[in-house]
Design a binder for this molecule. Structure first.
Ligand SMILES: C[S@@+](CC[C@H](N)C(=O)[O-])C[C@H]1O[C@@H](n2cnc3c(N)ncnc32)[C@H](O)[C@@H]1O
Length: 392
């Protein structure tokens, strides 16, 4: 990323959120200009709003998890979470792109007499974390890197992940797609102004698969994944499921980037389904759960079977646009039964959806099925991309 681009984000984020979402934001330089007693009581009042508000339950959930543990936070703002966890026995490293934000936290920690358990890392234009130790128990990402485009966030995330212990946790708060839809589905350059104020250059919705793609090839196991607060937020708690430190260089990038295109031939239409007039879309047969189209995965799975041995399996990325109704995208086994947890529903919408199915195993015969999820009427959809790849 060019320096000038990161400068845009630095300029925005020297104004960080006060405690609660409804309280707006404050410039860290404004806080730093206050005398010690006013500074600390102002910070304390904002922190109290945070702990009593819609995000306060996170403390209750994780105090015990983090006691005597070492956590690195990516995008620490004014430090409300980290300071609270330090007060409950954690050692915390605050990382941010805005030095003044870190200066606020350093001063709070000093005034509270807990600076010995706090460490600070100003993220430079190289987006590197090389100065930090390699033995963190958890990485805490609270509404931060979803404010930069995916490729930038990926570089940062993969670098910091290399500092997590095997079996450590990646915990992250993001904005879900549901919220983006509710707020008018704007381009990500515009959405930030809605979510975080007029000066915000970027906000991007995330689901679990986007977070996993960002951390690919790191093997991850999901502990928690849920939306809360009227779909305003989504919380992920993932385990880095490996027995060695993560180093991207340990993975064969050539194999990792292997993609088997499933659309070399059009999906096979089921009885009663038909192509749309333009030939690019498919109209489902009437009736709930009526199959519309299938793609047999055997050949593609065989082609991928020399995927890296230390990756647990394969995943299917399917990009689909539903112009009417709703369509289920799922996997059935050789006997025609749906594999557990292997169907995703895509609703009618103006944008296309990229969904990932990961219940697919190399060497396990499976068929990809598109079916009608409307009890009344026929759903209509187009498949823009369908690829098999190694999964993390
Ligand atoms: C919405 S605030 C959240 C702050 C804090 N986590 C909280 O919950 O109060 C976003 C924070 O992420 C930081 N940030 C923005 N882009 C970042 C990036 N690419 N890498 C690291 N931190 C970033 C900002 O400086 C800011 O402190």
């Amino acid at each position: 990323m060019a320096t000038a681009e990161l400068a845009t984000y630095r300029e925005k984020w020297r104004e960080a959120p006060r405690g609660s979402d409804t309280d707006g934001r404050i410039f860290s330089s404004e806080l730093l200009a206050m005398p010690d007693d006013v500074f600390l009581s102002t910070w304390q009042a904002m922190a109290a709003r945070r702990y009593d508000g819609e995000l306060g339950w996170l403390g209750t959930l994780y105090f015990d998890t983090f006691r005597d543990r070492k956590v690195a936070e990516l995008g620490s703002g004014l430090g409300f979470d980290g300071i609270r966890f330090i007060e409950h026995g954690a050692a915390w490293t605050f990382c941010d792109i805005v030095p003044d934000n870190l200066a606020v936290i350093r001063r709070v920690a000093t005034l509270k007499g807990i600076a010995d358990r706090a460490r600070f890392h100003a993220i430079g234009d190289d987006l590197s974390f090389a100065a930090l130790p390699l033995d963190y128990d958890a990485i805490w990402v609270f509404g931060s890197i979803h404010h930069v485009p995916f490729e930038v966030a990926r570089r940062e995330a993969l670098d910091l992940l290399g500092h997590l212990k095997p079996g450590g946790r990646w915990m992250e708060l993001v904005y879900p797609r549901e919220r983006w839809l509710r707020e008018g589905a704007p381009p990500f350059e515009q959405w930030g102004k809605v979510t975080d104020g007029e000066r915000t250059p970027w906000a991007e919705w995330h689901d679990i698969e986007k977070v996993r793609r960002r951390l690919l090839p790191a093997p991850l196991r999901t502990v928690l994944d849920f939306e809360f607060c009227s779909h305003n937020y989504r919380w992920f708690d993932l385990v880095y499921a490996a027995d060695k430190q993560f180093r991207v260089d340990d993975y064969d990038v050539r194999l990792l980037s292997r993609r088997v295109n499933l659309l070399v031939a059009p999906p096979r239409l089921a009885a009663g389904a038909r192509r749309t007039l333009l030939g690019r879309g498919i109209v489902c047969p009437a009736g709930l759960f009526a199959h519309a189209a299938t793609i047999d995965l055997d050949a593609a799975l065989r082609a991928l079977s020399n995927a890296p041995a230390d990756l647990p399996g394969a995943a299917l990325d399917i990009e689909c646009r539903v112009s009417k109704g709703a369509v289920g995208i799922g996997l059935i086994d050789a006997s025609g039964a749906y594999m557990p947890g292997a169907e995703i529903s895509v609703e009618e919408g103006s944008d296309s959806r990229l969904v990932t199915l990961r219940a697919v195993g190399v060497g396990v015969p499976a068929t990809l099925v598109f079916r009608n999820l409307r009890a009344a009427g026929r759903s209509t959809f187009a498949v823009l991309k369908a690829e098999l790849r190694p999964a993390n």
